[in-house]
Write a protein that binds this ligand. Sequence first.
Ligand code: ADP
Length: 499
Amino acid sequence: GGEARAGNGGAAKMPEIRHTKLFINGRFVDAVSGKTFETRDPRTGDVIASIAEGDKEDVDLAVRAAREAFDHGEWPRMSGSERGRVMLKYAELVEQHAEELAALESLDAGKPLAVARVVDVGNSVDSLRYFAGAADKIHGETLKMSRQLHGYTLREPVGVAGLIVPWNFPAIMFFSKVSPALAAGCTMVVKPAEQTPLSALFLAHLAKQAGVPDGVINVITGFGPTAGAAISSHMDIDVVAFTGSTEVGRLIMEASARSNLKPVALELGGKSPLIIFDDADLDKAVELAISGNFFNKGEACFAGSRVFVQEGIYDRFVQKIADTIKNWVVGDPFDPRVNQGPQVDKIQYDRVLRYIEHGKAQGATVLTGGKPCGKKGYYIEPTIFTDVKDDMIIAKEEIFGPVMCLMKFKTVEEAIRRGNDTRYGLAAGVVTRDMGVANRMARSIRAGVVWLNCYFAMESTCPFGGRKMSGFGKDDGMHALDKFIAVKAVVCPVDASPW
Ligand code: ADP
């Protein structure tokens, strides 16, 4: 694995880094403090670029620009179809720059370039187009109230949105928040993750080219406890939409409570069950378990990291997955043969390796992997543990790396009970040919999405977001608009005279 198999990666064309400053009111500017931080290449740990380090003062400036654009600008006042037209233009520009965007994602986040082109760019463009189409379908209702009263509702943009996103899918996460916020008519301050600031700045530049008015999208690069906290505790931000860890989600909610009680939407961690029944197609089940755990090097909140396999198929499943994983290539994400790139940074890399050591120490068996690979950079072998008990650390905590836990079960009831025995409730997968079992599982698992005979089947059309400590509020689908829209009731007497 690692470097050894990724010989020609260095020959791939590297993207030019054109945008490294904060984007406020339609211009790229330095941080007020003049400070910068470094974003690094996870293949080597080397510096890619120095990026402006935004903090509270910069967030204030961005919020002021967003507030001005909201209170007096054209964006919230345009018709939905006009906003939709600008968003379609934006989508077209993103599509035209697919190669550059994919390369930025690969370089900054360590994703295979071929995957970034299809998944990360594809999903970004789809999201813009989906919400462009939604922009002119946001409308209220007419209310028949008591005899003397006529009422209706307006669905208005809520105002200035703070959008805080993580590093695992930088462009997709950007658009999962930005697209519905734009469609709703909000203005916004976006904070990309400090590990992966490049694509958000590039996308801000494309937004301007597309004709998104100045001040509508502002991007503040910087760290969580400074720039991020300035957003969540800001008195003039009307809503915060966040994707990230459960731990930080709690801080965001606290910051809201302590400041202006802005509503928050939280898309947080997961420890999702992937439940494979005896009658499953074995090849398909193995393929889903592998992609469900090792896609994006396991840096996915919706990873199916607890794989429950029914006892009748268990031994064959273990054999088959051990054989199949040998074809999974870890290495330079710019090499087209590679399935899995490096973890995003040293912190995540060390964290994942610590979890692997916990697994070994608590008595789980390493079926495959279990160690780092490559001479430099943050590569980890795809790791599969067997003999995992439900109460082991690796079975309970979100690892966010290429680590799969295999567990055996007997009955449907047991699968439901153990599948639900987690603080999280983000996703679940069920593999069976029995429709009765599939439907029963779909109703019994407490999660935001249940994938039957598939995994990671995500599209802009389909609401996504968790329950329990995986958070609340939806990304994608028409429900994603809800957090950016305020419902206002307007009431008047049918006949004004008695009033
Ligand atoms: P992860 O643990 O996967 O790195 P985080 O939840 O730490 O994810 O980060 C997700 C996003 O939240 C990033 O943009 C990060 O900078 C931001 N963030 C981190 N800490 C805070 C905080 N205290 N307040 C607001 N945002 C934060």
